[in-house]
Design a protein around this ligand. Structure first.
Ligand code: NI
Length: 265
């Protein structure tokens, strides 16, 4: 599979549970913008058979290179980012939940999900867009979400894109991220304001904002429930002292961005 084809599949899958991304892209294109993605983000549990490394393998095979390592202590996550050979393609950001740091009860719930995954599941070429390979009770989702939003999101949605991120530097009609945010709000989209609408700034060479995840219908053992799905993110990068645009991620900002999938009602 080519990277272009994979990205198309990822986008189609993402659009299904993030209809606002389709709407926002259409609004930007109507202004004459060409929308490039800064990065695509994935989540996983750190079980050896489903780990960050397993998720990364397909991208490494498609020519991506590992660049940065990150730790999110409060959220109990570890992450890495990968860069493509073609700078017009999105970077890939993969995080994994350090399950051993959760309560014994949560660890047991996650173990029961992971036990349902067929052997060799992560070796399939479409692993990162394969969806949820387990049955899960709504009750389990609610308990996991209480302890870790990330653990709950994974239990409900499984292996698929968590978010796409618009490359704001590539937009011609928005001189700043604040301008884009104002346009989005005027167009009726709610933004994540945890830690301020704009996370980061020129001093850390990266500014980010995101929408709030909409609620979508998800099947659980007890029936269908409406829960927050995925958000759409926007990133503006600034040049390092050497003149090159910063390509990494900022832990403090990402910590707040992760909250865009929190239950907000
Ligand atoms: Ni992101």
């Amino acid at each position: 599979m080519s990277i272009e084809r994979l990205l198309e599949d990822l986008w189609k899958d993402y659009e299904q549970i993030t209809p606002q991304a389709t709407q926002i892209q259409a609004l930007l294109k109507a202004r004459g913008e060409r929308v490039l993605n800064d990065h695509v983000a994935f989540r996983t549990y750190n079980h050896p058979s489903l780990s960050l490394e397993k998720m990364a393998r397909g991208f490494l095979e498609l020519g991506y290179q590992k660049k940065g390592d990150y730790a999110f202590k409060e959220k109990k996550l570890r992450a890495q980012h990968f860069e493509p050979q073609n700078p017009e393609l999105p970077k890939v950001f993969i995080s994994e939940l350090l399950c051993e740091q959760l309560s014994t009860a949560a660890q047991k719930m996650i173990a029961e999900l992971v036990e349902q995954v067929p052997t060799g599941y992560a070796e399939r070429p479409n692993f990162c867009v394969s969806g949820r390979p387990w049955r899960v009770r709504y009750e389990t989702y609610l308990k996991l979400v209480q302890e870790s939003e990330y653990a709950g999101w994974m239990s409900a949605f499984g292996f698929r894109v968590n978010h796409f991120t618009v490359n704001v530097n590539a937009l011609k009609s928005f001189p700043s991220l604040a301008d884009l945010n104002a346009f989005l709000k005027t167009s009726g989209f709610a933004l994540n304001s945890s830690g301020g609408e704009i996370k980061g700034g020129p001093e850390v060479y990266l500014e980010q904002s995101s929408t709030l995840a909409p609620k979508v219908r998800v099947s659980f053992e007890e029936g269908v429930e409406e829960i927050p799905s995925c958000y759409y993110e926007f990133a503006k990068r600034y040049p390092l002292p050497n003149g090159e645009l910063y390509q990494g991620f900022v832990e403090k900002s990402a910590d707040k961005i992760f909250e865009s999938t929190n239950r907000y009602s």
